[in-house]
Write a protein that binds this ligand. Structure first.
Ligand code: PGA
Length: 246
């Protein structure tokens, strides 16, 4: 039985002070039924770690660099995150792929670097609307998963969380139907089974993301291959606990 994992992706929102206040208010309402993660901007990590300490909430970053250190102005390494007490990191979100040129190869390097540092990567995959309309969703998502997991051992692979996020559903208010989300998450689990066998495929957690709300979360999360969600807009609302505690 896989434990559900619900992560809030706050994106580029809130100052450190605003983030700490909101994190504290929300963390007090989060029950311990599911794993819950707040993925906050770098500048709010320390304040949010402090705000949620002693609660059921873990903290994640939204990105990191794949190198350990060096001349990479403006970048943050995995060790800088673990040094603060950060446990998770989102890798390859579609916004990073679209606006910051992240390729499957970069996603793979970042995933390996995160694992090496002891972070739990939340690796994002998902198709565009054009790809869905062309009928290549499953092919595309399979390719992204293979790219992200290239060269990663079975032992390391089982600790990775995968987020299936159709790009046309992100921030649009158009949620994938439970059947569409389940079909893609099942396909993702299928690739993991081909790469690592059924035991690892049964262990790995696969989230759905894209306009998850307090109203549609339960139906999505009850699908057999959906183990929780990566939630953007609704994670900044004061009823996010309805999703985390579903
Ligand atoms: P959304 O974002 O819930 O606002 O659609 C999800 C995400 O980008 O992870």
């Amino acid at each position: 039985m896989r434990k559900k994992i619900i992560a809030g992706n706050w994106k580029m929102n809130k100052t450190a002070a605003e983030a700490a206040a909101f994190a504290k208010e929300m963390a007090d309402k989060v029950s311990g039924n599911n794993d819950v993660v707040f993925c906050v901007p770098f500048t709010s990590l320390a304040a949010v770690l402090d705000a949620v300490s002693g609660t059921n909430v873990a903290v994640g970053a939204q990105n990191m660099h794949f190198e350990e250190s060096g001349a990479y102005t403006g970048e943050i390494s995995a060790a800088m995150l673990t040094g603060l007490g950060v446990k998770y990191v989102i890798i390859g979100h579609s916004e990073r792929r679209a606006y910051f040129g992240e390729t499957d190869c970069i996603v793979n390097k970042k995933t390996k670097a995160a694992l090496a540092a002891g972070l739990i990567p939340i690796v994002c995959v998902g198709e565009t609307l054009v790809q869905r309309e062309l009928g290549v969703t499953i092919e595309h998502v399979r390719m992204q998963v293979k790219g992200a997991f290239d060269g990663i051992s079975a032992d390391a692979a089982k600790g990775i969380v995968i987020a299936y996020e159709p790009i046309w559903a992100i921030g649009t208010g158009v949620t994938a139907t439970a059947a569409q989300a389940e079909e893609a998450c099942k396909a993702v689990r299928g690739v993991i089974a081909e790469l690592y066998g059924n035991n690892i495929a049964d262990t790995i957690r696969i989230q759905y993301g894209g306009s998850v709300t307090a109203d549609n979360a339960a139906e999505l999360f009850e699908q057999p291959n959906i183990d929780g969600g990566l939630v953007g807009g609704a994670s900044l609302k004061s009823d996010f606990d309805k999703i985390t505690n579903y």
